[in-house]
Ligand binder design. Structure first.
Ligand code: ASP
Length: 406
């Protein structure tokens, strides 16, 4: 049985088991035991993915950039990656804002039922300039500290510098290049070993997710959830495939068949960073993208290119404005657009990261940051779909870059 089928089965079993436990009652001793084991298994799977993440990011970006020199196409790859990210993120923000305007989620919803959650939440008080300053300072950090603590963005920046230095003077560093190449190949071997466990990890994660989410709370926010999920799915099923057809000339069906393990892993882990090894594997093995391209585009995209997060944050800003009874002016909505762009870039590819940067979006137009507490209970559900679209965006970008650079 292929890994693809195993993951699909794991997903199905996870959903069924979660629903079964919910039916049985999550407080029953049997359910508690199953939930304990699925919680442990799920978190161990994520731990394993995180363990290989840091060496993977560093070696893949450094060697990805260094190897592009061989094709003399580094320039093109950079430009296309950035243009694609900008295009897809802008489109997703426009879709998020439009959906909120058309469906008016939040109107008629009382904040009272969520007061308890609002009560306990202390938002980080960061203004836009403060956030920007913090973001820029976070780029250039002692690489050893960043590597040891697994802080992704400065690792990406340092790996880029190392890759560019090697690309510029390759003849001076043949041993370093070889070391990085072997390091990357070795990491990918570990990735494949971890992936053997993916069906079980995904099953465990989904079991816990389905069994423990509070349906009453989700019910109250049903409209918002439906609007965000619907538009995120629309972006993933219509907008991104159209971009794929126009710019990469690839059929969406073929794409989805190859991308399925990565998209399902993204759905189950809610982390584009943790999914990265699978994303690269699918692109290389199933979709014919070269290692030079995936090694550059995927790690960069997993951190900087987040369509689902941007769409969600744009829609959520208007949702909160509706709840607060505030009509945002056109100017304020433009500020929301720009801030959402920065917020999606600044959010690392980990579960609920979008929640953290959502604070700056709300504050940029004077909405109460505390309103985030309303969004917290439903975040686990929404994070699944938006992470899936985040990863799909990275994969589409990789395919376009591959097409453009041959
Ligand atoms: N979980 C998302 C990701 O990893 C980030 C977010 O919270 O929006 O891509």
């Amino acid at each position: 049985m292929s890994l693809n089928t195993q993951i699909l089965l794991g997903t199905l079993f996870g959903l069924l088991l979660g629903a079964g436990l919910r039916y049985l009652g999550v407080d029953e001793p049997f359910s508690q035991q199953v939930l304990y084991f699925s919680g442990l298994m799920g978190s161990l799977f994520i731990d394993l993915l995180k363990m290989i993440l840091t060496p993977l990011i560093f070696t893949s970006i450094a060697i990805g950039v260094a190897n592009l020199r061989v094709h003399d196409q580094m320039h093109k790859v950079w430009q296309i990656t950035l243009l694609c990210s900008l295009l897809t993120t802008t489109l997703s923000i426009i879709i998020g804002l439009s959906a909120a305007h058309i469906f008016h989620p939040g109107q008629g919803l009382t904040l009272l039922s969520f007061q308890e959650a609002t009560h306990g939440f202390q938002a980080a008080q960061l203004t836009l300039p403060e956030f920007f300053q913090k973001f820029l300072h976070g780029l250039f950090v002692n690489p050893f500290a960043a590597l040891s603590q697994g802080i992704v963005l400065p690792i990406v920046v340092f790996a880029l510098f190392v890759g560019i230095a090697i690309a510029a003077q390759a003849e001076r560093y043949p041993n370093t290049t070889k070391l990085l190449e072997e390091g990357f190949a070795l990491t990918m071997t570990l990735v494949r070993w971890v992936m053997v466990l993916a069906p079980f990890g995904i099953m465990a994660l989904l079991t816990k997710l389905v069994a423990t989410e509070n349906p009453a709370l989700l019910g109250s926010l049903a409209k918002f959830v439906a609007v965000v999920t619907g538009t995120t799915v629309f972006h993933g099923l219509v907008v991104l495939p159209l971009i794929l057809i126009v710019f990469a000339r690839v059929s969406p069906l073929r794409f989805w068949r190859g991308a399925r393990p990565a998209l399902l892993t993204a759905f189950a882990t809610s982390s584009s960073s943790a999914t990265m090894p699978v994303t690269m594997d699918c692109l290389e093995k199933e979709l014919g993208v070269s290692r030079g391209v995936t090694g550059f585009v995927v790690p960069l995209g997993a951190h900087l290119n987040m369509d689902g997060t941007a769409l969600y944050e744009a829609a959520a800003a208007l949702f909160v404005a509706n709840l607060a009874g505030i009509d945002l002016t056109l100017g304020q909505q433009l500020v929301v657009c720009f801030t959402v762009m920065l917020a999606s870039i600044g959010a690392p590819g980990i579960p609920s990261a979008g929640m953290v940067t959502m604070v700056m979006v709300l504050q940029s137009v004077g909405l109460p940051a505390e309103a985030i507490a309303i969004l917290l209970p439903i975040d686990r559900i929404l994070d699944t779909v938006r992470t899936m679209v985040n990863v799909e965006g990275d994969m589409v970008t990789s395919m376009i870059v591959q097409k453009a650079t041959g």
